[in-house]
Write a protein that binds this ligand. Structure first.
Ligand code: AHR
Length: 673
């Protein structure tokens, strides 16, 4: 990383957080004050099960994936090798180390004269000084902050290699601890020539022992056992796309981490928004003005045709192994509608605003509009179309589900709205609607030049502000566009190093969500953000799910999301209260008669509640409750189940129940009408 890059990255980090903090504040200032909490005695909630109100939006609860906090590379995307294609740095093979055992000697360098193809324009050259009998030389990679090895698992290794004349192998691959003292699995390949050739093999780790992460993957010439090969000093081996995959979700090729996908599935998401956020936008660079945006066309096809790119928004390299195809496949695996955010010519680079360079000028925007049309064709076009054929070649001849298209991200930030309104939104909107009238588009900020099907609002705020915003949508114009709350969470200003937040913050979100549910005639969709965070490698706090190389856990907010999304009916029920102090909403599944009532008590004392379900004669209720006496309690890698929901049964009569809502709690009460 150059000095310039470091400065630019730190500047951006400060800038991004600063601006978002300001945005969050102004959003909260517009909200009503939280309701008073002083309640004495029981509070009666009357739920009218006989007179359901408006429909609950069928897409109300979804998830938003952004490449932030190593959510993708190093996280959801199961690839274990960091900088597998040597494109991250142009000066050195970043994250790779030379291995020289028992007197062996070698150098490792980047070689621009031996590209694999036109995309991967350099390779790693391992040049042997000495690799005699008893010695080993090679290169090692320690993964993304660790390389997980789990007993009993098999790992798929693959790479391209070529060698100088006279050397045909073997090359030894080994999965071992970081010092090379303990080898978990190894394999040999031979048949190298002076032409690039792809090798694949399996590394089987035997059962027994404990999972570990302080490990490395080594590829090289190992003469420490067996019949030694004749390796002349000066021999060179070139490597490219050195890849190692553990078992993936559904064993999909180029796939995803099963534990993390399972966590998403357990949220019952109805949509998947991707891939950002600021990640889509990138920073303006005079040498390559829009080069750090997410360019989906460079993220498809075999992994050895993907150059990767610098994720300027969040300060790390993405190999783009998690590309458009993988996102669409994930949406399909989750049975969720894809919500694709497209680059619309706006970077997040505040430094460039003064120079007016953060926006693609009108005359130059056409190719980006075409990119969006091509993206839709890739997702749903027939195989007879150019991009539909590419999708088929990538492994999915059938169209994916019809996506929603969001035109840009946070175009209201900085001075984006002027050009958004003047030409950017209109150019995308007109082109998409002309070719794909069936597609719903989403505006990323308020715009008047064209109609808005849906507007995306992002709300990051304090817990108390979110409580106040439970009423935010009560007065929204029902004739206006539908609302997509594409990003929201309770945040603390200085929490960017913390993966998942405490209960008190999650309850602010729960209070806010009762308002989303109650207003789900106008609020069509909502997704918490951000989704994933690599513990200790986080640029943004708080997040929903924390992980390390081996495991993942749901933060308290994860369980809030799950409790809402798993207990939602198709109609909203009217609820009245004879006092204040709680946040609540109720829905009914009209097919089953299940009534779900959410009650949020953000106070530090329990609250007696009389629940009166008018129109029901239920005598039993099931309650799922998430609570802790300490609002600062949170889940962590070490204590992942500190705050998780528990179940209890209530007895009542004639649709009436008494319930003690614990201090700091979210409760979901389920009865039959
Ligand atoms: O969720 C983190 C960031 O917050 C997103 O990238 C951006 O859209 C928002 O400002």
């Amino acid at each position: 990383m150059s000095e310039k890059e470091v400065t630019r990255r730190s500047l951006l980090r400060g800038t991004t957080l600063g601006i978002l903090g300001a945005a969050a504040l102004s959003a909260s200032e517009t909200a009503a004050a939280p309701s008073a909490r002083a309640v004495t005695g029981p509070l009666t909630l009357t739920v009218d099960t006989a007179h359901p109100g408006h429909a609950v939006s069928p897409n109300l609860y979804g998830v938003f994936f952004e490449e932030i906090n190593y959510a993708g590379v190093g996280g959801l995307y199961a690839e274990l090798i960091r900088n597998r294609a040597f494109m991250e740095s142009s000066t050195a093979p970043a994250w790779w180390t030379v291995v020289q055992d028992r007197g062996g000697s070698a150098t490792a360098s980047l070689d621009g004269d031996q590209p694999l193809n036109r995309t991967l324009t350099r390779s790693l050259r391992l040049q042997v000084g000495s690799a005699e009998a008893g010695q080993r030389v090679g290169v090692s990679n320690g993964g993304y902050f660790g390389l997980p090895v789990v007993p009993g698992r098999s790992y798929q290794a693959s790479f391209f290699a070529k060698a100088s004349d006279g050397f045909t192998g073997p090359l030894t691959l080994s999965l071992e601890d970081a010092q090379g003292r303990r080898v978990y699995a190894s394999a040999r390949v031979d048949g190298l020539t002076s032409e690039w050739k792809r090798f694949t093999t399996t590394l089987q780790v035997p059962p027994g022992g404990k999972p570990s992460t302080i490990n490395r993957f080594v590829v090289g010439i190992d003469q420490r056992g067996g019949e030694p090969a004749d390796v002349a000093p000066g021999t060179s081996v070139w490597l490219q796309v050195v890849s190692l995959f553990p078992p993936t979700y559904k064993n999909e090729p180029n796939g995803l981490r099963p534990d993390m996908v399972e966590k998403l599935k357990a949220l019952n998401p109805t949509f998947l928004r991707f891939p950002g956020g600021n990640y889509i936008q990138g920073l303006y660079d005079p040498n390559d003005p829009w080069g750090t945006r997410f360019d989906w066309k460079k993220s498809i096809g075999p992994i050895w045709t993907r150059p990767g790119h610098y994720n300027a928004s969040w300060d790390y390299w993405s190999d783009d192994g998690l590309g458009l195809y993988e996102y669409l496949r994930l949406a399909e695996d989750l049975d969720a509608t894809p919500v694709m955010v497209v680059f619309d010519g706006f970077s997040i680079d505040r430094q460039k605003i003064a120079q007016g360079r953060e926006v693609v000028p009108e005359a130059d925007l056409g190719p980006y509009v075409q990119d969006a049309l091509d993206l839709i064709e890739y997702a749903i076009g027939p195989v007879s179309s150019a991009w539909g054929a590419r999708r088929a070649a990538d492994g999915h001849p059938a169209p994916f589900a019809t996506p929603l298209i969001e035109i840009g991200n946070e175009d209201g930030a900085r001075n984006g709205s002027t050009s958004y309104n003047a030409y950017r939104y209109a150019m995308f909107y007109d082109a998409i609607k002309a070719k794909y009238p069936q597609i719903t588009t989403i505006a990323s900020t308020n715009v008047t030049s064209r109609p808005m099907d849906v507007i995306d609002e992002h709300i990051y705020s304090s817990p108390t502000s979110l409580e106040g915003q439970a009423a935010r949508y009560d007065g929204y114009d029902r004739n206006g566009p539908k609302v997509f709350v594409g990003e929201y969470a309770a945040r603390r200003g200085n929490s960017q190093d913390i993966s998942t937040g405490p209960l008190g913050y999650s309850l602010g979100e729960a209070a806010f969500m009762t308002g989303l549910e109650r207003n789900s005639d106008i609020v069509a969709m909502a997704s918490y953000a951000p989704l994933f965070s690599f513990v200790g490698q986080t640029q943004w706090g708080f997040n929903m799910i924390g992980f390390d190389p081996l495991t993942s856990y749901g933060g308290v907010s994860y369980y809030v999301q799950q409790m809402f999304a798993r207990h939602v009916g198709d109609k909203v029920l009217p609820v009245t209260a004879d006092g204040t102090g709680l946040f609540y909403s109720s829905t009914i599944d009209t097919a089953t008669g299940d009534v779900y009532t959410k009650i949020v008590n953000t106070a530090g004392t329990s609250q007696r509640v009389n629940l009166d379900f008018v129109g029901s004669s239920a005598t039993t209720a099931r309650v799922q409750v998430l609570s802790d006496p300490d609002p600062d309690a949170s889940n962590t890698l070490a204590d992942p189940a500190r705050v998780t929901p528990r179940d209890l049964d209530l007895r009542g009569s004639g649709g009436r129940f008494g319930y003690e809502a614990p201090a700091n709690s979210l409760s979901v009460v389920t009865i039959k009408r």
